[in-house]
Ligand binder design. Structure first.
Ligand code: SF4
Ligand code: SF4
Length: 61
């Protein structure tokens, strides 16, 4: 599983970036991106902290 962000919903708040124990997300002026999905340990912290359910784990394939 890897995280996927719905860019239509995401506000770029950065909560998932801070909650992730890995370095999966990066935040820039263009918003929050899933930059290193291979680092995901599937802890689901990002899903739990996102206030609007804009990030969720999906099958990598
Ligand atoms: S599931 Fe955990 S490790 Fe994977 S992206 Fe979300 S917070 Fe990071
Ligand atoms: S916590 Fe949700 S809304 Fe905030 S940056 Fe992450 S995906 Fe986007």
């Amino acid at each position: 599983m890897i995280p996927r962000i719905d860019s239509e919903l995401c506000t770029g708040c950065g909560e998932c970036v801070d909650a992730c124990p890995g370095l999966v997300f990066t935040k820039s002026e263009e918003g929050v991106k899933v930059s290193y999905p291979e680092e995901c340990i599937e802890c689901r912290a990002c899903e739990e902290v996102c206030p609007i359910e804009a990030v969720r784990l999906v099958d990598a394939g």
